[in-house]
Write a protein that binds this ligand. Structure first.
Ligand SMILES: Cc1cc2nc3c(=O)[nH]c(=O)nc-3n(C[C@H](O)[C@H](O)[C@H](O)COP(=O)(O)OP(=O)(O)OC[C@H]3O[C@@H](n4cnc5c(N)ncnc54)[C@H](O)[C@@H]3O)c2cc1C
Ligand code: FES
Length: 282
């Protein structure tokens, strides 16, 4: 795939994709694949967990995709992509070795320094686990900076489970409490059954110490927020990542606007306190 892209650093370059090599392709499910990327110049992406990039596939188009890894010494980063339309299908056709374009990182991401010293409740529904994987990796790298970490991960069927070869290491090396659930009973599943909120009654949380990080399908948010509040978490301590249709990713086109917020710039990560007054519009 031939690609001529600029590597300079002017303001206008926010719109210019940087040439980036696909160094690895790792299918996850029939619908999701993970690609590992590295800029041709070897530079660090310089991101926070929870930020996103715009992925440019020459002759096809561009799509916003969450970064699903923590910064690492190799200066690589992972994206996990669900096949939907033109751009995401083109990403699924990548085999490794190709050069594609990346703009970003964009958005605010999770403030990992502000979360230090807190217990974390990480709640991922379906593909919502993707941006949270970067958080989980970051916490595992800086484990002594954080308190107890509980991960709730819900998916519809066992076949839709992401990152299955990593989950054990989150528990052992990351010293995290991982609880999985599938929506409905399934012959291939002997674990917990029920929507993600059914994992809440057994949770023992210290509401003063705990910050909840929640990412999932829109329908999940209101129920998970209700459960977090029932556990005594203040709205400031419930942190959400919102997904919105995006074009520019840099606060210019207005595509992602909700009231006075640009999700691409002011978010996608917000506390519930910040967005609850405009929840109807979300
Ligand atoms: C901040 C952000 C982070 C994202 N992170 C990821 C990620 O990590 N992994 C991932 O797989 N996807 C992610 N998405 C969604 C992804 O951007 C879209 O799936 C992608 O743009 C679709 O492009 P396409 O050309 O393949 O499909 P299109 O041809 O553009 O669309 C195909 C179908 O998907 C629908 N669609 C397009 N975009 C969205 C959207 N944002 N939400 C719901 N439906 C949509 C369209 O209406 C259409 O029906 C993210 C979106 C945002 C805004
Ligand atoms: S995507 Fe253009 S303003 Fe947010």
């Amino acid at each position: 795939m031939a690609l001529e892209l600029c590597q300079c650093e002017r303001e206008s370059d926010l719109y210019v994709p940087r040439p980036t090599r696909v160094t690895r392709v790792k299918p996850q499910t029939t619908l999701e694949t993970m690609i590992t990327l590295q800029f041709l110049d070897g530079a660090d992406l310089g991101h926070r967990p929870g930020q996103f990039v715009q992925v440019f596939i020459p002759a096809i188009g561009e799509a916003p995709i969450s970064i699903c890894s923590a910064p690492n010494p190799e200066n690589t980063f992972d994206l996990c992509v669900r096949k939907l339309g033109d751009v995401t299908s083109a990403i699924h056709r990548l085999q490794g070795g190709e050069v594609i374009g990346i703009r970003g990182p964009f958005g605010n991401g999770f403030d990992m320094e502000a979360l230090q010293g807190h217990d974390l409740l990480i709640v991922g529904g379906g593909i919502g686990l993707v941006p949270l994987r970067g958080v989980i990796q970051y916490v595992a790298q800086h484990r002594e900076d954080y308190g107890e970490v509980t991960i709730l991960y819900g998916f519809k069927t066992p076949a839709e489970q992401l990152f299955r070869d990593e989950l054990d290491s989150w528990v052992t090396e990351g010293q995290m409490d991982l609880r999985l659930t599938v929506d409905r009973p399934h012959p291939d599943w002997s674990g917990h059954v029920g929507v993600i909120t059914t994992l809440f009654p057994d949770l023992k949380l210290n509401p003063q110490r705990t910050k909840a990080l929640v990412v999932g399908p829109p329908i999940m948010y209101q129920f998970v927020i209700t459960e977090c509040r029932l556990k005594g978490l203040a709205d400031d301590n419930i942190i959400l990542s919102l997904e919105r249709r995006m074009r520019c990713g840099v606060g210019k086109c207005g595509h992602c606007q909700i009231n006075n917020k640009y999700v691409c710039m002011d978010g996608p990560v917000f506390t519930f306190s910040e967005v609850k007054h405009m929840w109807e519009a979300i």
